[in-house]
Design a protein around this ligand. Structure first.
Ligand SMILES: Cc1ncc(COP(=O)(O)O)c(C=O)c1O
Length: 415
């Protein structure tokens, strides 16, 4: 006889995480056939060519050199003040908008998403994300009793689908007082797409028009988890200047994460920032976020916060971090470029890749294609309408091989 004790809203199916499951199968294959014979493109972390984790030594040494108490003690609920300043610098660099900006520490980018979903939506409200999205967005919205809908990220020409974006915003604005929309740019997971400055301009002009004429509140959540892998400062952050002078009821939230930028995946540190033309809205953000933090995870990881603060308060250390990171970025680009070029040579359709850890191949029957690829010892993530190839986890040679193999298997499965 089955027994259930959990409260109804928390009754969830016991599901294995798809990425970890595929990675598990890849590890099995590695044991059986050897690492050379297996392409494990499942994990969303930068790996060395031999499959070991790339770790930023400068950041790791800085962490290990901290006095014990600087790691062991509690941080203030909202975050160490020097960390919060450093987070603002890390996010904006030379493109800080002239606006009221507040920051609170969060356990990685995930924590920022949680606060946005809870504090800027009412129970039952629907948030908007592109149809190609990072799976946990849906989990986070469901966990907090919110719903999620999608707009088409690309149109028929594989350009940003402005018409779909506008139509969905309009639809939600007619039903709800507030609309939260998540844009994971630059270096979108899973496609590697980045909105151009012109697209940002059109997005913000449209949203300004909606909030002004329909008296609604729109919250644009910019998920910048991969920003430090998204090209030079202007390319990766130039659009942020456009966050100046927006109406008070058009709020920009920015989710910053140390996971990729400092290879601090497991240290759980990041920050949620708000950018507003209204001091009142910015103060309100800080108060509600700090309250939420106290009620969910209390304080953040002090050691990681201290590392960010130290890096941005020491020009020499910052230079060292950036030198080391630029090697990671070059490695990443080199692999992705190899995949993209090979895909073009063999006629494999992919979405426009600008930067970041992943490349997406739209295709029919993705689960079947992934299954067939596994028989060839290529492991990747099957999405609803395509495949996610994690170039971050695979050597350049394997990237080239993968593009060819994926094309062959798609042709075989889909005829
Ligand atoms: C799109 C996206 N947003 C946010 C995150 C946040 O990650 P974390 O909570 O580890 O900082 C990730 C991590 O994979 C991501 O892919």
């Amino acid at each position: 006889m089955s027994v259930s004790v959990v409260a109804p809203h928390s009754k969830r199916p016991a599901e294995e995480d798809k990425v970890f499951a595929a990675n598990g199968r890849a590890q099995e294959a590695i044991k059986k056939y050897g690492a050379d014979q297996v392409i494990n493109s499942t994990i969303g972390a930068l790996l060395e060519d031999d499959g070991s984790l790339s770790v930023m030594q400068t950041a790791m040494q800085e962490l290990k050199n901290l006095p014990d108490a600087e790691i062991a003690a509690y941080a203030p609920i909202a975050g160490l003040p020097d960390f919060l300043e450093a987070a603002k610098t890390a996010v904006f660099r030379d493109f800080r908008p002239d606006a009221y900006i507040r920051a609170v520490s969060t356990p990685g980018g995930t924590g920022g998403l949680r606060h946005a979903v809870w504090n800027y939506m009412e129970p039952g409200d629907t948030m908007l994300v592109p149809d190609w999205f990072w799976g946990p967005y849906k989990t986070i919205s469901a966990e907090h009793g919110r719903k999620m809908t999608t707009f088409s990220l690309f149109d028929g020409k594989k350009a940003f689908n402005m018409a779909s974006f506008k139509a969905k915003i309009q639809e939600l604005a007619e039903k709800q007082e507030r609309v939260l929309v998540i844009l994971n740019t630059p270096a979108h997971n899973p496609t590697g797409y980045s909105l151009t400055d012109e697209e940002w301009n059109e997005v913000l002009t449209f949203l300004t028009n909606v909030v002004e004429h329909q008296n609604k509140k729109i919250i644009v959540y910019v998920d910048i988890a991969y920003i430090d892998f998204a090209g030079d400062m202007k390319t990766s952050r130039g659009f942020m200047k456009q966050f100046e002078g927006l109406p008070a009821n058009l709020l920009v939230l920015i989710g910053y994460s140390m996971s990729k930028a400092f290879t601090f995946y497991g240290l759980r540190s990041g920050a949620l920032l708000c950018v507003s033309s209204s001091e009142e809205v910015a103060e309100e953000f800080a108060a509600s976020a700090a309250f939420s933090s106290r009620g969910v995870w209390s304080n953040g990881t002090r050691g990681a916060q201290k590392v960010l603060a130290n890096v941005y308060n020491n020009a020499e250390l910052l230079e060292k971090v950036e030198d080391e990171r630029s090697k990671f970025v070059d490695l990443m680009f080199d692999r992705a470029r190899a995949f993209v070029d090979e895909a073009s040579d063999v006629g494999l359709e992919i979405f426009p890749y600008r930067a970041g850890f992943f490349i997406t191949i739209p295709c029919e029957n993705p689960a079947k294609v992934a299954e067939e690829l596994e028989k060839e010892n290529l492991f990747l993530l099957a999405l609803s309408n395509g495949l996610r190839f994690a170039a971050c986890a695979v050597s350049k040679e394997k990237c080239i091989l993968s593009a060819r193999l994926i094309k062959q298997v798609i042709d075989k499965v889909n005829g």
